[in-house]
Design a protein around this ligand. Structure first.
Ligand code: ADP
Ligand code: MG
Length: 214
């Protein structure tokens, strides 16, 4: 059998694989290897792995495979606890979509001019990455609509708990299409996060990687 680089084996297309390689990413980490095939199947996941083990690519890569560039509404929403993280994930996504046509991403967070964000949201945006408060603001203005959302990620869920964002996060989830795929990523799994995950996922795959192995 011909040699296949590991991300290809997991179901990631060659254009993205090439960009990963250009950025020094050649081998998937343990959490990436376990979650990517499950997310590609459209299943809900509850994923736990230590900080620094590559959880961001574990959801970004399958999301990019599942985005339909011909549809210009929001298909994927990633909720993050901080603006820094929203910007960091946006940078990663932008690197990877360079090889893909007609996929657009927008970060949405507090502290940035809301009118400016509203203007940007008018264009085609398949992926939105944002913090809970500002996302709710846009949802109430109608500038973010989640009626056709197909993928929802709660990233660094334990941090959102520690920052007191769970009520806002729940409000956002309740406004999202019930047909969505839901993914929760966290370094730790306090009982409030376990309970949130159980309430808002359907028949999820529970994936946990112990230790800090990459
Ligand atoms: P986590 O969310 O689990 O804390 P990140 O997704 O932020 O971790 O990744 C931590 C670092 O590891 C980042 O700098 C990222 O670019 C890098 N990284 C992720 N996956 C890989 C990989 N497969 N190979 C090499 N480096 C990786
Ligand atoms: Mg992370």
């Amino acid at each position: 059998m011909a040699f296949l680089p590991d991300f290809l084996k997991l179901g990631i297309r060659s254009e993205i694989n090439r960009t990963l390689k250009e950025n020094g990413v050649t081998e998937p980490t343990a959490i990436q290897e376990k979650t990517i095939p499950v997310i590609l199947k459209g299943k809900d996941v509850i994923a736990q792995a230590q900080t620094g083990t590559g959880k961001t690519l574990a959801f970004i890569l399958p999301i990019l495979e599942r985005i339909d560039p011909k549809r210009t509404y929001i298909q994927a929403l990633i909720i993050t606890p901080t603006r820094e993280l929203a910007l960091q994930i946006t940078t990663e996504v932008k690197k990877l979509i360079k090889s893909l046509e007609d996929v657009n991403v927008l970060p949405v967070y507090g502290g940035q001019d809301v009118e400016k964000q509203m203007k940007k949201l008018k264009g085609a945006k398949q992926i939105v990455i944002g913090t809970p408060g500002r996302l709710l603001d846009h949802l109430s203005r109608g500038t973010v609509k989640l009626s056709n959302l197909s993928m929802l990620v709660l990233d660094e869920a334990d941090q959102m708990l520690h920052m007191g964002f769970l009520p806002e996060v729940e409000e956002i989830i309740r406004l999202a299409s019930s047909k969505r795929q839901t993914m929760l990523f966290s370094a730790t799994m306090p009982k409030q996060i376990r309970s949130l995950a159980n309430r808002y996922t359907k028949n999820p795959e529970d994936i946990s990687v112990k230790g800090s192995k990459m």
